[in-house]
Design a protein. Structure first.
Lengths: 115, 114
């Protein structure tokens, strides 16, 4: 089945540790995104990538890093510099179109908790 | 920064009733989309309305867009318990590098009781 796979679903991080969330898509989409969602709130864009080996900061990139070495993969690392990382993280992808409307497809999300 | 703001924040209705939620935004847009999120899950696309459209239907969903007021509404008719979810509007802003990067609102939480 085509779609976006995020892993792990639940992750616990100790203070001072870096953790990496995996995101893989088999939709052949050019663009990939990482969003953060806090309880009862909307989505905030962390990073996005339009093409392999290129990515841009979103609205809340501090304390996060990404890579885009393959079209289908866009892992997110939550570094120790991120002071409040406990949240629900959503990976997404879309076809790149200009102005005519992108539909974004989401993975099932990963819960990250600092212990 | 979040572009869209949904109203109300929460809505509780009974099965068979209609549910209406609104979205207001601040800047010019190419299009506006509505997404649905079941608790603890990813978002699912519902419907897209372009800036030159005023109304769109999809099954039990009706979306309106008023660009002069910078607002949109989502109507779910004859609601079912399975419609219980959070609903988000997302705007595709007109920018110099516009390619569909969406800004999401905080969502409306809808509870439909049998």
């Amino acid at each position: 089945d085509g779609g976006i796979t995020q892993s792990p679903k639940y992750l616990f991080r100790k203070e001072g540790q870096n953790v990496t969330l995996s995101c893989e898509q088999n939709l052949n989409h050019d663009a990939m995104y990482w969003y953060r969602q806090d309880p009862g709130q909307g989505l905030r864009l962390i990073y996005y990538s339009q093409i392999v080996n290129d990515f841009q900061k979103g609205d809340i990139a501090e304390g996060y890093s990404v890579s885009r070495e393959k079209k289908e993969s866009f892992p997110l690392t939550v570094t120790s510099a991120q002071k409040n990382p406990t949240a629900f993280y959503l990976c997404a992808s879309s076809i790149l179109t200009t102005g005519s409307g992108n539909t974004i497809y989401f993975g099932e999300g990963s819960w990250l908790t600092v212990v | 920064s979040q572009q869209g703001e949904e109203d109300p924040q929460a809505l509780s209705i009974q099965e068979g009733e209609n549910a209406t939620m609104n979205c207001s935004y601040k800047t010019s847009i190419n299009n506006l989309q509505w997404y649905r999120q079941n608790s603890g899950r990813g978002l699912v696309h519902l419907i897209l309305i372009r800036s030159n459209e005023r109304e769109k239907h999809s099954g039990r969903l009706r979306v309106t867009l008023d660009t002069s007021k910078k607002s949109s509404s989502l109507l779910i008719t004859a609601s079912r318990a399975a419609d219980t979810a959070s609903y988000f509007c997302a705007t595709d802003e007109v920018t110099t590098d516009s390619w569909g990067k969406l800004q999401f609102g905080a969502g409306t939480q809808v509870v439909v009781t049998p």
